[in-house]
Design a binder for this molecule. Structure first.
Ligand code: ADP
Ligand code: MG
Length: 634
């Protein structure tokens, strides 16, 4: 939303500011303008949708500000938009009686790319022109799309509450410069006049404009008016539905209606993946229309938790504010849409929202709706669910930690790669895993690592693999944190293969004890050779192919987690690891047979360093490791 305080420049008398000035667009605006005018050709009609969307936002803003200061809209609270054409002058004009802009606001909003959407759009541009064209479709560029069909655009605006004499006129041909001057305008609001390019005369045809409104902007809650055609006296006629879309019965709404509304309400340019539209009646009555996007915004993973946007709060049809942060838990921050409450007071503030009990009720209601929607996709539209999970799965995972009450429901929605599935796509659910468990298995096994390859080839899961036991492969940054909170699902324990003892069946246990007994002298020797570099040395029940691996106690922090925490600058107590060895491996057989103490020490150190490397860990002295390896190979 733009700033709402009138700037000193705008409220000053025209003589106090240079009335007319010519300014250059910011360099980035020029880039956007060029791209837009050259590459939006196949969808040039979207300019109308963009301008209507802005005019509607402007009416929303004024209606909101008028709650606190009714004088702002005094004399005219019939918020509406008008579309007019002048065939002789070849102009198309869209006007609104919304909030309007001061001179400073026009400069800020139209002449710069402070807006996050445009910035993001620019940051995502690559040199590849074809890709760039596709990107424009994804982001849209709002106001600038006017230059796709116009070779000159004139915007006249007077902010509500500001003197008629301080209205502002902005004009540009979209090539580097714009002029801005102060003039007198009787009514408040904004008029955008497009001087159409010669080849764009179709946009002077009322039937064409009406059909575009019907197609893209029917859902706008304010009346969009056009002059009735014919020779009679001029008469305005409303050409859209002019009712807030979410207040209309579901049966009346088409997919196209919902899709069009998504783009307007969420300022989004992708297609919505799915939506859920509901009315709740009771001591808390509200309507919600929630969408899942198809694409993750660029900043979702990073700034996403702090600055959340996309869920608009209305109270009795009046737009109040974006309240994603108050109405949804952080792990559902990808949800877009609107909530319209019947019961909250119009003068509600952000602080009140934070604490209000009614708001908490709405919040848990919306959480449930969203999880229901995801459930439905997971069971009925797997492909869509996979698209969702690819884009937002790592965000959803935060819910395991954040939302204890819904932990089981969220866990049901999680997907992982596994030793049974192929490739690194996350497609295996915990339910899939359980359904495949052999008789007698009561544990869901997983491994955590830095990458798919490190997880899939982790020595720690060799024995489980050899016994045909599936292991979930977790290699997203967040998995370590999340898995620490997910100890149980559907009555089954979840366990990290690198932690504690591996449960063995009776026969395997006997065999393991036998190997242990035979290897006791070897274990003792390695312990002596490695000294305090290790906490303990054990014969492994995990390994079949690798010589050794590092393990940790059941309740100790996973090594991978220790690494992440150190990387984040946190103190983690330095503890020597437990080394598990595979006495069947050639390297250890050689160690056992060696009578040369120097060689045996080198071998023991190589075994330890290898185990560290397999873990994705860092060696204290990589060159010493290489020297030893080379000596062994040479
Ligand atoms: P967006 O709508 O995504 O913010 P636009 O390029 O469409 O981006 O518009 C840029 C800004 O210009 C808007 O955020 C708003 O502050 C301002 N603006 C555009 N059109 C109007 C209008 N008709 N009335 C008031 N402000 C407007
Ligand atoms: Mg816009």
């Amino acid at each position: 939303m733009s700033t709402v305080t009138p700037s000193p420049a705008a409220s000053a008398t025209p003589s106090a500011t240079p009335s007319t000035e010519t300014r250059r667009f910011e360099a980035e605006v020029e880039q956007v303008l060029q791209l837009v005018t050259h590459s939006l050709y196949s969808h040039k009609e979207i300019f109308l949708r963009e301008l209507i969307s802005n005019a509607s936002d402007a009416c929303d803003k004024l209606r909101f500000e008028s709650i606190a200061d009714p004088s702002l809209s005094a004399g005219d609270s019939d918020y509406h938009l008008k579309i007019e054409v002048d065939k002789a002058a070849r102009t198309l004009t869209l006007s609104d009686n919304g909030i309007g802009m001061t001179r400073a606001e026009v400069i800020d909003n139209i002449g710069t790319v402070a807006r996050s959407g445009t910035r993001r759009f620019l940051e995502s541009l690559s040199g590849d022109a074809r890709k760039d064209t596709a990107l424009i479709g994804q982001f849209g560029v709002g106001f600038y799309s006017a230059f796709v069909v116009a070779d000159k655009v004139t915007l006249c605006s007077r902010r509500a509450g500001v003197d008629a004499a301080a209205a502002v006129r902005w004009e540009s041909t979209g090539t580097g410069e714009y002029s801005i001057d102060t003039f007198n305008q009787a009514e408040r609001g904004t008029r955008v006049t497009l001087h159409l390019k010669p080849e764009e005369e179709e946009f002077l045809e009322p039937w064409r404009l009406r059909s575009l409104v019907a197609k893209f902007s029917d859902h706008i809650a304010f009346p969009i008016r056009m002059l009735k055609e014919g020779d009679g006296a001029p008469e305005w006629e409303t050409v859209n539905h002019a009712a807030a879309l979410w207040t209309r019965p579901k049966a009346e709404l088409s997919d196209a209606d919902y899709q069009g509304f998504y783009k307007h309400a969420a300022h989004a340019y992708d297609e919505p993946l799915a939506w859920t539209h509901n009315r709740v009646e009771g001591n808390q009555s509200y309507t919600s229309l929630l969408y899942l996007p198809t694409q993750a915004p660029f900043d979702m993973a990073f700034s996403g938790r702090e600055e959340r946007k996309g869920l608009k709060l209305y109270i009795r049809r009046v737009f109040i504010m974006d309240a994603s942060e108050q109405l949804l838990p952080a792990y559902l921050r990808f949800v877009r849409g609107v909530v319209d409450s019947d019961d909250l007071p119009l003068n509600v503030s952000r602080e009140i929202l934070q604490e209000n009990r009614m708001v908490q009720q709405i919040r848990s209601g919306l959480t449930k709706r969203t999880l229901d929607l995801l459930d439905g996709l997971a069971t009925e539209q797997k492909e869509k669910f996979d698209t969702f999970f690819k884009a937002f799965g790592s965000v959803l995972k935060e819910g395991i930690v954040e939302d204890f009450g819904n932990r089981e429901r969220i866990a049901k929605l999680l997907r992982y790669a596994s030793t049974t599935s192929t490739g690194q796509d996350a497609t295996v659910s915990l339910d899939d895993y359980i359904a495949r468990m052999p008789e007698g298995q009561d544990t869901i096994w997983y491994v955590t690592a830095d990458s798919y390859a490190a997880a899939a080839h982790s020595p720690q899961l060799e024995a489980l693999k050899a016994r045909g036991i599936e292991v979930l492969l977790m290699f997203e940054r967040i998995d370590e944190w999340v898995s620490g909170h997910l100890n149980e699902y559907a009555g089954k324990k979840l366990r990290n293969v690198a932690k504690g003892d591996v449960a063995l069946d009776e026969a395997a246990k006997k065999q393991h004890e036998e190997v242990e007994k035979n290897a006791a002298p070897l274990v003792e020797r390695i312990k002596q050779l490695l000294g305090d570099k290790v906490r303990a040395v054990k014969v492994s029940a995990r390994l079949t192919e690798s010589p050794a691996c590092l393990v940790i106690d059941e309740y100790e922090m996973a090594l991978h987690m220790q690494k992440l925490m150190r990387a984040a600058g946190q103190e983690v107590p330095d503890q020597a690891p437990v080394l598990e060895i595979n006495p069947e491996h050639a390297l250890l057989k050689r160690l056992a047979a060696s009578t040369d103490d120097a060689l045996a020490t080198d071998l023991a150190l190589i075994v330890l360093d290898q185990a560290r490397l397999a873990e994705g860990g860092q060696l204290d002295d990589p060159s010493a490791f290489l020297r030893r390896m080379n000596a062994l190979l040479g």
